[in-house]
Design a protein around this ligand. Structure first.
Ligand code: LMR
Length: 337
């Protein structure tokens, strides 16, 4: 059994310990699940990760034992339900794919009732044991779970907006892939900025800012935007009751984590769209927004403005903001009710 049953006292003693600068301990909360398992494997393959801490209410010690046999030079430890604080102690990056996935016909918001309390409880533990970690939330509905995490941290007096991220990387991955399918290009050379939130109409791809998308217009443009906004539904439908995107989401999560780690190590110019507390639409009551964010060793270094938008993108943005505002408010009031 990998789950060392250390006492809570020993976890709190290590609570504020930091890993030496060249070592990165990453905790995955929800490591036994559909996203958590492949995400953990991809993190194991990242040479910047020196310790991988895998937690779930069930299955994490087994996943850790399995991944631990991969012959790359990092330590993997698995933690069972009662050892959450041990799993978090000393973590510098925490990734959270915990929670239930959608079934056909559901929106991400339909997951709120189950996933909101899961994320809230994980946040409470992290606020106590790893308040300085950089946190990437994958659990849906991301538009609400990120504000939930923020509120829990505010209540605990440890909130630092620079350290909290909603992972919207899959929208960027999809935009790149779907546009390259149309243009016959290699997705690795096809970068698309996607802003807003991570759900339906709140997902706004800024195709006008991508040279390769020039000339994509009319129905082709509309269909492409719709596919980027509802790519998650495509997978939910194809999985036919067995869940939502796990493998592509794990890939996207590991790419996001890799960006955090590169910035942590001091690489400059690491810019990625991510859902953060943002001034961009705060005056319209939208406190969190995904846009290009430059990452630094302490998390958010700079939030980039959106740049020039086409008339169509302005319309998509207009549709995004009220939905996003509602999703954010729902998360905030869940914690404060
Ligand atoms: C996705 O974008 O695929 C994920 O957010 C999962 C989902 O429910 O669609």
């Amino acid at each position: 059994m990998f789950a060392a049953r250390r006492s809570l006292a020993s976890a709190s003693k290590r609570a504020f310990s930091t890993t030496p600068a060249n070592l990165v301990k990453v905790a995955v909360l929800g490591a036994g699940g559909g996203i958590g398992q492949p995400l953990s494997l991809l993190l194991k393959l990242n040479p910047d990760v020196t310790e991988l801490s895998l937690y779930d209410i069930r299955g994490a010690p087994g996943v850790a034992a399995d991944i631990g046999h991969v012959n790359v030079n990092s330590v993997v430890k698995g933690y069972a339900a009662e050892n959450l604080k041990d799993a978090l102690a000393g973590a510098e990056i925490i990734l959270i794919p915990a929670g239930v996935p959608r079934k056909p016909g559901m929106t991400r918001d339909d997951l709120f009732n189950t996933n909101a309390s899961i994320v809230r409880d994980l946040a409470k533990a992290a606020a106590e044991v790893a308040p300085k970690a950089l946190v990437g939330i994958i659990s849906n509905p991301v538009n609400s779970t990120v504000p939930i995490w923020a509120e829990v941290f505010k209540k605990a007096g440890v909130y630092d907006a620079k350290r909290l991220f909603g992972v919207t990387t899959l929208d960027v991955v999809r935009a790149s892939r779907f546009l390259s399918e149309i243009k016959g290009t290699d997705p690795k050379d096809t970068k698309v900025t996607v802003v807003g939130g991570h759900s339906g109409a709140t997902i706004v791809p800024l195709l006008s800012q991508t040279e390769l998308a020039k000339g994509v217009s009319g129905e082709t443009y509309k269909t492409l935007v719709n596919r980027i906004q509802f790519g998650g539904d495509e997978v939910v439908k194809a999985k036919d009751g067995a869940g939502s995107a796990t493998l592509s989401m794990a890939y996207a999560g590991s790419e996001f984590a890799a960006a955090l780690m590169r910035a942590k190590k001091g690489e400059t110019g690491v810019v990625i769209p991510t859902f953060v507390e943002s001034p961009l639409f705060a005056s319209e009551g939208v406190a969190f927004f995904s846009s290009n964010v430059e990452l630094g060793p302490e998390g958010v270094a700079k939030i980039h403005p959106l740049g020039e938008l086409s008339p169509e993108e302005q319309e998509y943005l207009k549709a995004c903001l009220p939905d996003l505002k509602k999703n954010i408010e729902k998360g905030v009031s869940f914690v404060n009710q």
